[in-house]
Design a protein around this ligand. Structure first.
Ligand SMILES: *Cc1c(COP(=O)(O)O)cnc(C)c1O
Length: 487
C-alpha cells in the first residue's frame, strides 16, 4: 500500500513520506491507493487494550513502519498522560445513544488522540527517511489544534512549533492553555481576525518563495499538524473500533451488527476517520455530519453543492467554525470512484468561484451520509436539557451533535469531542448560571453542577504566561522566521 494524491498529479509515496510532507505537491491530500486488509475480529476486539488495537490499525496503514517502531509510538502516545486506562470510555445515554468520550487527554479535546501520536510518527518517519533537518510545525488553530499540537510537540528534540490563533473565537481556557504553554520549543502568536484569517496567513507563508528560501538556508523542514496530515487521521480510526468493541463487550450489540456514527464536524477529519474505519470492516449503517451555524457541509450533503461564499460566523462551538473543510476532499475522492480529474476540477472551481457541484456518481457514493446543523441557542438548550434529564454535562461541540440525534433503531456512537471544562463560560450560560471568566469559570461550573474540575486544567491559571505576542498580518513572516532561527 502506498499513498497517492487526491488530485492525481503527484508521485505515490510511502506512509513515512506522506507524514513528513503533509500536503501532496500538487495541492491534493494523500490517500491510501488501496484499503489495507485487517483481520480484526469484531467478537473479541473489545477484550483488547486500546494500545494493542492501536498497534494493529497503525500497522495496517503504515506498512513501511516496523512493528517495534509502531509499538514505541503507541506506547508514548497512550500512556499516563490520559486520565483513564480506557483512553476513550463510553457513556450509555439511553435511547440507543452512546457517547464516545474522546476528551480524556492532556488538553481535554479529541485532538489529543492524534496529536499525542503525531510527533512520534513524524520523528520516526524522519529517521526512516534519513532526514537530519530540524522539523518545524506551523499551525493555525481555532483553539483545540494549537493546544493539542503544542502539548504533543513540547520539548520534542529536533522540532519547533509555531501556532497562530485568532483574537476572536477562542475560549478563556484555550487561550490560557496556549499562552502559558511551557514547552521551550513552542511559539504562540495571536493575530487579528478569525480562524480563516489565521489559516490564510499560514497558507500564504507556506506558498511564499522568500519563506521557502529562508527554510532552505536554515535547513528546516516544515510539516503540518493540521488534519490534512495522514499521521493525524490514522490514530482516529482506532477509537471507532474500540467503541464498537466496548458495545459488543457490554452486550449492547452483536458482533457484526451495524451502528450509526454521529460526529460534530469542522475540518471533517473525525468523520473521515469513521469512514475509513468502515472501509476496513467497521459495520456502519449511517454517518451523520453535524454542523454549527457555519453549515456549508449540511448544504453539501443535502443539495450536492459546496458553497463557501457566505459570512463566517463566530459561534459558541468555535472548533467547528470553518468554511473550507479540507478533509472532505478525501471522502469525495472515494465516493466518486477515485476519479482524481474530477477532484481537481471541483477544487479548481472552489478556488476560482468559491463553490462546486458534485457529479451524480459522487452523490450516489454518499448515500450513507446525512447532515444537519444546530444554531447557538439550540446548543445552549441541548446542554441544559441533557444535564437536567441525566446529570450528564456536555460541551458545546458535543451538543451540536446531540441536537441532531434521532433514534432510528441502530445503536449510535456519538463523538463527544471536548470536555465541558474546556468551555465553562458557554456551559454556565446554558445552565442559566452567572457567567464568570477565566479561572473563576472552572470553580463556578464545578459548584453549579457538582462535578469535578479535571486535573488537566486545575492549575492552569497558576502557570506563568510565556507568550504574549500579538502580531499584525504583515509581520507574521518576520516573527516566525526569527522564532525558527533561535536555538
Ligand atoms: C476540531 C474539533 C471538532 C471538529 O473536528 P474535525 O475533525 O475538524 O471535523 C469538533 N469538536 C471539537 C471539540 C474540536 O476540537
Amino acid at each position: 500500500m502506498e499513498y497517492v494524491s487526491t488530485r492525481g498529479e503527484a508521485p505515490a509515496v510511502s506512509a513515512a513520506q506522506a507524514i513528513l510532507r503533509g500536503l501532496a505537491p500538487d495541492g491534493g491530500l494523500y490517500v491510501p491507493n488501496q484499503w489495507p486488509t485487517l483481520h480484526l475480529d469484531l467478537k473479541t476486539i473489545g477484550q483488547q487494550s486500546y494500545q494493542d488495537l492501536a498497534v494493529e490499525i497503525f500497522a495496517a496503514f503504515l506498512p513501511d513502519f516496523t512493528k517495534a517502531e509502531i509499538q514505541a509510538v503507541v506506547q508514548a502516545a497512550y500512556g499516563s498522560q490520559w486520565d483513564t486506562d480506557k483512553i476513550v470510555p463510553i457513556k450509555d445515554a439511553g435511547n440507543n445513544l452512546y457517547y464516545l468520550e474522546l476528551f480524556h487527554g492532556p488538553t481535554l479535546a479529541f485532538k489529543d488522540i492524534a496529536l499525542q501520536a503525531l510527533p512520534h510518527l513524524v520523528m520516526t518517519a524522519a529517521k526512516k527517511e534519513g532526514l537530519n533537518k530540524e522539523i518545524a510545525i506551523l499551525t493555525a488553530t481555532s483553539g483545540d489544534t494549537g493546544t493539542a499540537a503544542m502539548a504533543g510537540f513540547a520539548d520534542v528534540p529536533g522540532t519547533k512549533i509555531a501556532v497562530l490563533y485568532p483574537q476572536v473565537g477562542v475560549s478563556d481556557i484555550q487561550r490560557q492553555q496556549m499562552v502559558s504553554e511551557p514547552g521551550k520549543n513552542t511559539y504562540v502568536y495571536g493575530i487579528e481576525g478569525n480562524f480563516d484569517d489565521a489559516q490564510q496567513a499560514v497558507k500564504g507563508l507556506l506558498g511564499d518563495s522568500n519563506f521557502a528560501t529562508f527554510l532552505k538556508e536554515e535547513d528546516i523542514q516544515i510539516s503540518s499538524a493540521n488534519s490534512i496530515n495522514i499521521g493525524r487521521l490514522v490514530p482516529q480510526i482506532v477509537y471507532y473500533f474500540y467503541g464498537y468493541g466496548q458495545l459488543v463487550e457490554s452486550g449492547q450489540i452483536k458482533p457484526g451488527e451495524e451502528i450509526d456514527v454521529l460526529v460534530p464536524t469542522g475540518n471533517f477529519g473525525n468523520m473521515l476517520a469513521a469512514y475509513y474505519a468502515s472501509q476496513i470492516g467497521l459495520p456502519v449503517a449511517d454517518f451523520t455530519v453535524a454542523s454549527n451555524e457555519n453549515h456549508v457541509l449540511t448544504e453539501l450533503f443535502q443539495t450536492g453543492v459546496y458553497n463557501k461564499n457566505r459570512d463566517f460566523k463566530v459561534t459558541n462551538a468555535p472548533a467547528m467554525d470553518i468554511l473550507v473543510s479540507s478533509n472532505l476532499e478525501r471522502l469525495l475522492y472515494f465516493a466518486g470512484g477515485q476519479d482524481a480529474d474530477l477532484i481537481k476540477k471541483d477544487m479548481a472551481d472552489l478556488q476560482s468561484q468559491g463553490s462546486y457541484h458534485l457529479a451524480e456518481k459522487t452523490r450516489a457514493g454518499l448515500m450513507k451520509f446525512s447532515a444537519g446543523w444546530t444554531d447557538q441557542d439550540q446548543v445552549e438548550e441541548t446542554i441544559r436539557k441533557t444535564f437536567v434529564a441525566s446529570g450528564y454535562l456536555i460541551d458545546p461541540h458535543t451538543a451540536v451533535a446531540v441536537h441532531q440525534y434521532q433514534d432510528d433503531g441502530h445503536p449510535t456512537l456519538l463523538a463527544a469531542t471536548a470536555s465541558p471544562y474546556k468551555f465553562p463560560q458557554t456551559v454556565l450560560a446554558a445552565l442559566g448560571e452567572e457567567v464568570i471568566g477565566g479561572e473563576g469559570g472552572l470553580t463556578a461550573l464545578a459548584a453549579a453542577t457538582k462535578t469535578t474540575i479535571p486535573d488537566q486544567v486545575k492549575n492552569l491559571f497558576q502557570r506563568p504566561i510565556r507568550h504574549q505576542t500579538f502580531i499584525q498580518a504583515a509581520d507574521i513572516q518576520r516573527q516566525i522566521e526569527s522564532a525558527l532561527k533561535t536555538d
